[in-house]
Design a protein around this ligand. Structure first.
Ligand code: NAD
Length: 419
């Protein structure tokens, strides 16, 4: 079993112990409603046929239709998709949006396909999963390797087979097709809101030093908003370069450069020669107030957790901390705001997009951000203040799992077992 699924199951059993769940409920929660695997052909530009493998896993739908991204990556595996589907169930429960959890993926390196091939693959994969997805059943969204254009093709394919336009079948669409204002920035913005809640009683974010690993959709937006809120981003990295400046990096300028198609390396070379280049590992071990892993899973491990010097970690990426690293960080009293809370801004605004699609409404960006702030703040306060009676000193991760699983169990029990 892959580490990410082992980690998800370990956390589930820990919360189940605190909730004193019956064995049959544990079995129910560790099971998956639907595991759909397909191999399908795609016509390539040279006229040849190539077979691809696609997956869609629905974990639990007790609280509502399932929700979760579609990943295009050469490394998609069933264990990974199952783990991420399960995390989506808990994440939706943490922010209390009426969805269950799902995830999907196609084993493909999207960069190796032409736009036409990518469209063919997306349309064929969508038609394969049509029996499972739908605005009332299961609502995909972008994830690693997929984007608003791919969501547009998915929405169109689904709609063509039903005979009319159904924008609510996917979220993360382009704005012109009913995508939500604020969706692109939502995960990074949610990170800012969670940090603000966490530091509310301790003087706020102003002047804090921050290290951010990853400068993509989540890390880029989070770093920029945190910088603009008055914190000093002293360490910043992407897959090619890691940068350090003791007085803080001008993230607004770096973000604008990268948003126009540049790279962090290019920005450094052209405009920021005073910013020091450091090793990638230095970012995770940075002496800062807040460390934000916003790139990949399993970057904080048994091997480097003891080197972390930040007293506070905000998990912007999914699953950046292994089970072993989590135990070390806890031992060292490093506070970790877990992924299912910290990065839930994305699914929250996806929920807003789905609501707008169902009601043929358009919300302003201001309304989206206000509602996002209110949901993130409420979720944070719930997780920070509620504790199981048998584990009053549990971590924020344990509290988040406990709250989420309790909510899912409540829904399962209220619905009862059919027939
Ligand atoms: P992205 O592809 O836009 O960005 C990833 C960034 O990480 C890039 O800047 C890349 O250069 C960098 N990176 C890759 N390897 C690195 C390394 N070894 N060291 C430093 N940087 C490295 O992806 P994203 O959408 O920002 O997602 C990042 C994480 O957040 C993933 O774990 C994803 O599952 C999670 N997440 C994303 C969303 C969302 O709305 N996009 C929502 C919730 C969670």
């Amino acid at each position: 079993m892959e580490a990410i699924l082992t980690g998800a199951l370990t956390q589930l059993h820990e919360a189940a112990d605190q909730l004193q769940l019956r064995d049959e409920m544990r079995e129910y929660l560790t099971s998956f409603k639907t595991v759909f695997q397909t191999q399908f052909p795609v016509e390539m530009d040279d006229g040849s046929l190539k077979m691809f493998e696609g997956l869609r896993v629905l974990h639990n739908v007790a609280r509502g239709p399932s929700k979760g991204g579609i990943r295009y990556s050469a490394h998609v595996s069933l264990d990974e998709v199952k783990a991420l589907a399960m995390l989506m169930t808990w994440k939706c429960a943490v922010v209390d949006v009426p969805f269950g959890g799902a995830k999907g993926g196609v084993t493909v390196d999207p960069a190796a396909l032409s736009s036409n091939e990518l469209q063919n693959l997306t349309r064929r994969f969508t038609s394969e999963i049509i029996p499972i997805i739908g605005p009332d059943k299961d609502i995909p969204a972008p994830d690693m390797g997929t984007n608003p254009q791919i969501m547009a093709w998915m929405m169109d394919t689904y709609s063509m087979t039903q005979g009319y336009t159904i924008p609510g079948v996917v979220t993360g669409k382009p704005i012109a097709l009913g995508g939500s204002e604020g969706r692109f920035e939502a995960t990074g913005r949610g990170i800012l809101y969670v940090i603000q809640e966490h530091l509310r009683a301790e003087g706020g974010i102003q002047g804090r030093t921050v290290a951010v690993q990853g400068f993509g959709n989540v890390g880029g937006v989070a770093a920029r908003l945190i910088h603009e809120a008055g914190a000093k981003v002293t360490y910043l990295s992407d897959k090619d370069i890691a940068l350090h400046h003791r007085d803080g990096i001008d993230v607004t300028a770096a973000y604008a450069f990268v948003a126009k198609g540049g790279t962090l390396t290019g920005w450094h070379d052209l405009f920021a020669r005073d910013v020091e280049v450091v090793a990638g590992a230095d970012v995770l071990a940075a002496e800062v107030d807040i460390l934000i892993p916003a790139a990949l899973e399993s970057v904080l491990t048994e091997a480097n957790a003891a080197a972390v010097r930040a007293p506070l970690i905000i998990e912007a990426a999914n699953g950046p901390t292994t089970v072993e690293a989590d135990a070390i960080l806890r031992e060292r009293s490093v506070v970790v705001v877990p992924d299912i809370l910290a990065n839930a801004g994305g699914v929250t605004v996806s929920y807003f997009e789905w609501v707008q699609a169902r009601q043929f409404q358009r919300w302003s960006e201001q309304r989206v951000n206000q509602e996002l702030q209110s949901i993130m703040a409420k979720a944070y306060q719930t997780i920070a203040t509620r504790r199981p009676v048998n584990a009053p000193n549990c971590t924020l991760r344990q509290a988040a799992n406990w709250v989420a699983i309790e909510r899912v169990v409540e829904a399962v029990n209220l619905r009862g077992i059919y027939p």
